[in-house]
Design a binder for this molecule. Structure first.
Ligand SMILES: [Mn+2]
Length: 288
């Protein structure tokens, strides 16, 4: 039955898993209020289905011969179940890979995680998602995720790093927050102009922490690479640069989510990219 991501074993219940160094995958096919065209709730199922048609990304990596055991827990909802997955991941030194949904799901997952002052949250996103309300009057949405996480987990500015942001309204709250250094910020233009220097900034940031949680909004890429997104933006990162950044972060990340995957029935470019991205992430974890 093709109801898992390729190479993953289906597990109904996380309590049945005893293998150390596993990868625990689940989907949160959920979108909260949308001011932009939606569709990311269809992503988890479509990504799994598409993974069987995917050719692979490397001469070295065979997803069916991994040393970690890969488990697909299916799609579900609810903080109790999410908290169970976190507990299992900490107990078994395992990693969590989540398929969104819109970006609001990152609050649902990370608000169930353990966070201390040696924990960092990194997000790759063309937007900051640091609004207090988005749209006006709405506190929990894809535009407010990192404000909510910062408040909920009492995170300090030095524990937060936004990579690749560049699409801001100059008068917005998030623009002000970035100017006030309320988070660390590595803009797209800086990365494109001085790659090695930017990679060193990321490396130094990652090395300061015991635990890193990473959230990837696919709109961090330039719109030419992800043309079917509701929030596609120009002047974004290239896939190669994204991959080089992931090679620095992923070895230290125990949690990764991929959000805002919006595709069209007749245009599977984004879906194909995200399946490839998952292969790349697994390959990096495999070779730590
Ligand atoms: Mn986002």
């Amino acid at each position: 039955m093709k109801n898992t991501f390729v190479g993953f074993y289906r597990k109904e219940s996380v309590s049945d898993i005893n293998e150390k160094n596993s990868i625990l995958l689940f989907g949160l096919p959920f979108e909260r209020v949308k001011a932009t065209p939606g569709g990311s709730k269809k992503a988890p199922k479509a990504i799994r289905k598409h993974s069987y048609e995917f050719s692979g990304v490397s001469m070295k990596y065979d997803i069916t011969k991994s040393k970690s055991v890969y488990f697909d827990l299916g799609d579900f909802w609810g903080s109790n179940k999410i908290a169970e997955v976190w507990k299992k991941a900490y107990d078994l030194d395992s990693k969590i890979l989540v398929l969104g949904g819109d970006h609001s799901i990152t609050f649902d997952t990370l608000s169930c995680s353990e966070i201390d002052d040696k924990t960092a949250i990194i997000w790759l996103d063309s937007h900051a998602d640091l609004a207090d309300e988005y749209p006006e009057g709405i506190i929990q949405s894809h535009g407010t995720v990192f404000t909510n996480l910062k408040n909920f987990n009492k995170l300090k500015a030095n524990q937060l790093l936004l990579i690749g942001g560049h699409a801001f309204t100059q008068t917005s709250t998030e623009h002000k927050k970035i100017n006030n250094n309320e988070v660390n910020f590595l803009p797209t233009q800086q990365i494109m102009k001085s790659r090695e220097e930017s990679y060193n900034i990321i490396r130094e940031f990652v090395e300061k922490f015991d635990r890193v949680y990473l959230s990837i909004d696919v709109d961090v890429l330039d719109q030419s690479f992800v043309p079917t997104l509701g929030t596609a933006e120009p002047f974004g990162l290239t896939p190669q640069i994204l991959l080089e950044i992931l090679e620095i972060i992923i070895p230290n990340a125990m949690y990764v989510d991929i959000v805002e995957t919006q595709f069209k029935r007749r245009n599977k470019i984004v879906l194909n990219f995200v399946v490839g991205l998952i292969f790349q992430i697994l390959q990096i974890w495999e070779t730590i």
